[in-house]
Design a protein around this ligand. Sequence first.
Ligand SMILES: [Zn+2]
Length: 274
Amino acid sequence: MLDAPARYRCTVCRDRGWIVSRAPDDGLDSGSARPCDCRGRQRGERLLEETGIPERYRQCTLENFLVADGGVAGEELVRARATCQSYVEGFLASDGTFCQSGLLFVGRVGVGKTHLAVAVLRELVRRFGLPGRFVDFTTLVHRMQVSFDPTSEESRRQLLDPLGSVDVLVLDELGAQKPTPFVRDLLYLIVNTRYARRLPTLFTTNFALEAPSARPQRSLDRAADPPDDAAIAVTLEQRIGAPLLSRLFEMARPVLLDSVRDYRREIRMHQLRT
Ligand SMILES: [Zn+2]
């Protein structure tokens, strides 16, 4: 009876995960078995499923990250993508150990921070077969609060343990929640656990690293700008506190995307002039 090949996801090993070859001559012991390539692929796919990357970011890669042409913002996008690429390339050191530090993406809403963080996470999971996790901070805080309800099915430990132990973590929207003592304690626990275990974390935040007055003026037109949006006028330090911020700098390299809002304005100015 003929097998219908379409029924197998892998037609090479017919989903057995092993390729068995029998020696041409004789004997029952002369065969050999080796793992099929699909085992690695399936593991990668399963690990990607387990990351919890939201649907809208599932397809994010470094290749499909759009970098605008020209201008300060365009250069910043190109630089940010290049930083991510070299981070991935250098993640496995020549002595066989993985990188212990992470990245901190800084910029306004909608500039591509999460895209880049997810793209790096996916690449590390796929390339090195490492378990990874994506969590956005607002959702995490909400789930933590729900977990205090005695009828909750999810315990604090079930929520937090994976975040402290997973090989690569994306912590999206750092500082997005009001900095209550509860929120700060939660953040401190995750960050310190990962720091102590030397596990890399990719953070994103809408909050600035420096107060607006401390940032250099990029052009004379800037004086005519509408006031900065609320998020970027508040610093990350104000949101999460100085001790935690200095810990972040010890464990993650900043990737700045804070000119990117200017980019659209520059395009508009350019169109007006020409
Ligand atoms: Zn196979």
